[in-house]
Ligand binder design. Sequence first.
Ligand SMILES: *Cc1c(COP(=O)(O)O)cnc(C)c1O
Length: 398
Amino acid sequence: MDKINRRVYLDHAATTPLDKDVLQAMLPYFSDTFGNANSIHAFGSAAALGVDGARRTIAKLLGAKPTEIYFTSGGTEADNWALKGTAYAKKDKGKHIIVSSVEHAALTASCAQLEKQGFSVTYLPVNAAGLVSPAELSAALRDDTILVSVMLANNEVGTIQPIRELARIAHEKGVLFHTDAVQAVGSIPVNVAELGVDMLSFSAHKFYGPKGVGALYIKSGVKPEKFMIGGHQERTMRGGTTNVPAVVGMAAAMEKAVTHLTENAQKIAALRDRFVQRVENEIEFVRYNGDRENRLPQNANFSFEFIEGESLLLNLDLCGIACSSGSACSSGSLEPSHVLLAMGIEHAVAHGSIRFTFGKDNTQEDVDYTVDKLKETVGKLRAISPLFAEFKQGVQNV
Ligand SMILES: *Cc1c(COP(=O)(O)O)cnc(C)c1O
């Protein structure tokens, strides 16, 4: 057996490694500055200073006010809160919610839960590139619509939605607008005022921060129901002792990501583009999924026809290459990605889809090694694929 002599991480949409500087910023809050940020004494105020500083830093980087940032346990919690918190707070006004059909499971599962509780949900279709149409949103808005939620950038295909325009359309009807910006923050510029959104979710571990911490931006005056009760934290909206090192780490990670955003995005997009170009030139029967222009710099998603994404994934893993079929949360299930299906990709082709997401530590050698192994593996799998044999037979018979 070949020994693995290279390890290439191309799954940055699932999570990113913790940045070394971020770890350094966090460390004192695990030991010396251990106080409960809500305690009155000096131990508490030292921790509170860290939390306040983090909140100010994050608010500034997003163009928000510190009082509009509510720390959570991550993106999933922020999405659950935005959706259900708003639904419960506004149920007397109406029970209709609009989301896109390519949302993260945190959103879609919350929608399913709300539907069981008597809310109705419209799932906006997307085009072949994964884009929501503003006209479709206009047409879907009703008198009883209370919330629209469309993600800023998709986690599977990287498509960036026209959020500013979608939010404007919702607001014309007096409807609140939430966006899941978990994939976008740290990768592309994100400013809540420019986007014009009422709520925005993000998560530290997607931009080289720690796992288990995120936040929901809630614009002043917008009042979803409290998420967790029993403590005065987060202006009483989300009780529970603050995870001080995590919050400090999120701020440090965000500051670093935003400061170096342009240079990192250029570097990462160049790697991604080299990868895409080589795959398209050197492997036949591949489809590049998503929008070529409105797309996150780190994302490449390909369907390799006639093979199973899972087999490809496992074979690449044996070569030391980490990538993903669909989202981390839904892989393991045999259903093809709901995102690719919503984009009109046939079941069989969606099954052969792999997401490669690049990061700031990847190199050109990583790209070239991956393409080489990919070519080899796709060739091997097609050689034993009944679908491919059938296809070739069909071509010969024409
Ligand atoms: C990762 C992700 C989430 C979930 O965030 P966690 O912090 O892992 O809970 C939500 N939405 C999108 C788009 C994501 O990529």
